[in-house]
Design a protein around this ligand. Structure first.
Ligand code: NAD
Ligand code: IPM
Ligand code: MN
Length: 364
């Protein structure tokens, strides 16, 4: 295939500002390797779709996304106006659930020239992938409030884990570790089986059972609290980390923070079987505190786009080439080029995007 249909959802806040940079660069790279992207722009966000319609998505949203190969997503959220649990549960989280995007792959690495806050560590010490379960676990709407608005108020929120759900994310993580270079075949399973007496001991058992299929992978399990500490103190210990939904969410802001900024971090919400479209988005949110200033770091958005091209064309060297050229350009601009304020520079989002685009263009 050489042509892909992409649903483009810039969303809210800085999602609107980083998306044009992402699009500019992925279109340039795709065209250069002979891939055509057919873009379908969608205004599904808090501003102004929710304000106008009172819902995050049109009723026929699935029909509108029929035939789409991937979703390129900025960020959603405008907490002052729309409660986060409505805006996110009904948009991003709904895509993940309904399109069974059960893998959230979030690579973490340092870049030359980007200062990071860990003392005594070399840049190469931080390089690992977080594999986050993305459709179940702690993110659930099972539960309720009893005796509401009284002194006896009781709130229950259930976590939901399935054998199918745990096994498939564990399998993906073991496969990823097994396919890594021989000295990087380490997998850490995030757990909390000392405090959560039912779900987490069971999760540990599933991980152990899966490990039997991967004798080449050195695996361990670590409680989420000490795992957070070790990501700061000994990040060089990690290659692949697999975690349930909430733990994976927390780790995937912590990891990028240790590399200097969360503004560069990408994510791929994958339906590996390709029955449904996958979704590619930066790890960060709509950043209301800097929205409208044109200073958001566009790298997370751009890198996510590179991951999208690679995933779409799996088995085809063109997508891989487009991905690699974009990553190289990101590396060069992070090292020498104009940088946004989160990186200590004073460049605008557009200046940084333009610099990356120029290098991509020059690479073909
Ligand atoms: P956030 O990621 O939006 O921002 C956290 C901090 O990081 C802010 O200080 C922000 O300025 C900074 N930051 C984030 N991205 C940056 C970038 N590209 N360049 C420079 N600085 C950047 O997280 P938050 O403040 O917790 O959430 C704000 C809103 O976004 C909420 O509504 C939240 O629910 C939503 N959110 C959405 C997504 C998503 O759509 N994928 C992800 C996270 C948060
Ligand atoms: C992320 C975000 C989302 C999550 C929020 C916005 C619901 O933080 O993609 O990491 O928790 O998954
Ligand atoms: Mn998050």
């Amino acid at each position: 295939l050489s042509s892909f249909k992409i649903a483009v959802i810039p969303g809210d806040g800085i999602g609107q500002e980083v998306m044009p940079e992402g699009l500019k660069i992925i279109e340039l790279a795709a065209n250069s390797v002979g891939i055509t992207l057919e873009l379908m722009q969608l205004d599904w966000a808090c501003a102004d779709y929710y304000l106008a319609h009172g819902v995050m998505l049109p009723e026929d949203w699935k029909k509108q996304l029929d035939g789409v190969d991937a979703i390129y997503f900025g960020a959603v959220g405008w907490p002052e106006v729309v409660p986060d649990h409505i805006s996110l549960w009904d948009s991003l989280l709904q895509f993940r659930r309904e399109f069974d995007q059960y893998i959230n792959l979030r690579p973490v690495r340092t870049f030359a020239g980007v200062p990071f806050p860990l003392a005594g560590k070399a840049p190469g010490d931080i390089q690992y992938s977080i594999v986050r379960e993305n459709t179940e676990g702690e993110y659930s709407s099972v539960g309720g409030v009893m005796f509401a608005n009284t002194d006896r108020e009781v709130v229950v929120q259930q976590s939901v884990f399935t054998r199918h759900g745990a096994d498939r994310v564990l399998k993906y993580a073991y496969e990823l570790a097994a396919s890594s270079a021989p000295d990087s075949r380490r997998l850490t399973v995030a757990t909390k089986s000392n405090g959560m007496a039912i779900s987490m001991p069971w999760w540990d058992e599933r991980a152990k059972a899966m490990s039997n299929n991967y004798p080449d992978v050195v695996w361990d399990k670590q409680h989420i609290d000490i795992l957070c500490a070790r990501l700061v103190l000994q990040p060089e210990r990690f290659d692949v980390i697999v975690a349930t939904n909430l733990f994976g969410d927390i780790l995937s802001d912590l990891g990028p923070a240790t590399t200097g900024t969360i503004g560069i971090a990408p994510s791929a919400n994958l339906n590996p079987e390709r029955v449904f479209p996958s979704l590619f988005e930066p790890v960060h949110g709509s950043a209301p505190d800097i929205a409208g200033k044109g200073i958001a770091n566009p790298v997370g958005m751009i890198w996510s786009g590179a991951m999208m091209l690679d995933f779409l064309t799996q088995g085809d060297s063109r997508g891989r080439q487009a991905h690699d050229v974009i990553l190289k350009a990101i590396e060069m601009v992070l090292a020498n080029g104009p940088r946004t304020p989160d990186l200590g520079g004073d460049a605008s989002t557009k200046e940084m995007g333009d610099a990356i685009a120029a290098l991509v263009s020059a690479s073909f």
